[in-house]
Design a protein around this ligand. Structure first.
Ligand code: SF4
Length: 325
């Protein structure tokens, strides 16, 4: 067997794809047998890290304007937002099923009845398989988890937790308003409820070395999580971080450093962890950098190319229980 064939055969067969990591598209296809798309929803939430309950000002990289929809006028209902998204993805991407993605700000920050009404409204839309709910580790009371656990018995339910870094000193710098301990506590309280958990991390945070972000990934590799999203730190005009960048107080990660760091991370993550995202860009009107991040396809191609050059893939250096190689 040639080296290349041997290497390909070592990649997990259950991915059922030709990639070197378990991407979200493949996960959906394997789970539901069709193309599934997430429909982003702005349900009008705010964030306790912005309104003073936890802190004010929000995370230093966060654009406080919310979704584009919110910027142009009164928000359409959840049903209307889903209908519009479905029409687009059905026409342009031949999507078959959908996940309602409560994306903007903290989507568990509200009265239980209000949350239930919004989630139920989304699940009542035809072809919506389930929910993906973006929130913070410190905004998940037991009542909300009980509600999601109940919904997860009949639907596909994800929680998406912002973390960005496992290091308390970085969280403080970012004004995250919660600690590593709060995140670990949330993961423990979500576990065993049938709710899938996706964690967001940022590569290229000021003050962090490559070893620091790889350590974040190593900790996540040892926790009961099912998905991860990562992207490079973006500087947006009008944010505290954007100001630091414009003042020359911080620099942003290069494409080469980002690509090689992401590959280091992928290699130590469990092979079954779903890679939900490896790129991001910001709204064009306030985007400051890094310029290379705008070309998402190029970034993905570079990651694929680097893994191929290394002859490695997601999980090839994963060691169970997060102990690492
Ligand atoms: S927790 Fe999320 S929504 Fe809240 S300030 Fe931070 S990035 Fe923005």
């Amino acid at each position: 067997m040639s080296l290349i064939n041997k290497e390909v055969s070592l990649r997990p067969a259950f991915w059922n794809n030709s990639k070197r990591y378990y991407d979200l598209k493949s996960f959906w296809r394997n789970s539901f047998g069709c193309k599934v798309y997430k429909l982003p929803i702005d349900a009008g939430f705010t964030c306790p890290n912005r309104n003073g309950q936890v802190a004010t000002g929000g995370c230093i990289y966060c654009d406080g304007r919310g979704s584009k929809l919110r910027q142009v006028g009164p928000l359409p209902s959840v049903t209307e937002q889903i209908a519009k998204g479905k029409a687009y993805y059905t026409t342009h991407r031949q999507a078959g099923k959908f996940i309602a993605y409560f994306q903007t700000f903290t989507n568990t920050y509200g009265e239980l009845e209000h949350l239930q009404g919004l989630y139920d409204e989304a699940l009542a839309s035809p072809d919506v398989l389930g929910l993906s709910i973006g929130t913070r580790p410190d905004c998940l009371p037991a009542t909300v988890l009980d509600l999601l656990e109940k919904q997860a018995k009949t639907h596909h339910v994800w929680l998406e937790l912002g973390l960005q870094s496992i290091h308390d000193r970085t969280m403080t710098f970012l004004n995250r308003g919660h600690s590593r301990e709060a995140f670990i506590d949330a993961v423990g309280r979500i576990q065993g409820r049938g709710i899938l958990l996706c964690v967001h991390i940022i590569v290229g945070l000021p003050g962090e070395t490559r070893q620091d972000i790889v350590e974040t990934a190593r900790v996540l590799a040892g926790l009961p999580i099912q998905g991860i999203k990562m992207h490079a730190l973006l500087a947006l005009r009008g944010t505290a971080l954007g100001n630091m960048y414009e003042d020359g107080a911080i620099t942003l990660i290069s494409k080469e450093e980002y690509v090689t760091t992401v590959c280091d991370i992928l290699e130590i993550l469990p092979p079954e962890l779903v890679i939900q995202r490896l790129t991001a860009d910001g709204y064009k009107d306030i985007f400051l950098g890094p310029a290379w991040a705008v070309n998402k396809m190029d970034v993905l191609n570079n990651i694929d190319g680097e893994l191929k050059r290394r002859q490695t893939w997601q999980g090839c250096r994963y060691v169970k229980e997060g102990k690492g190689p």
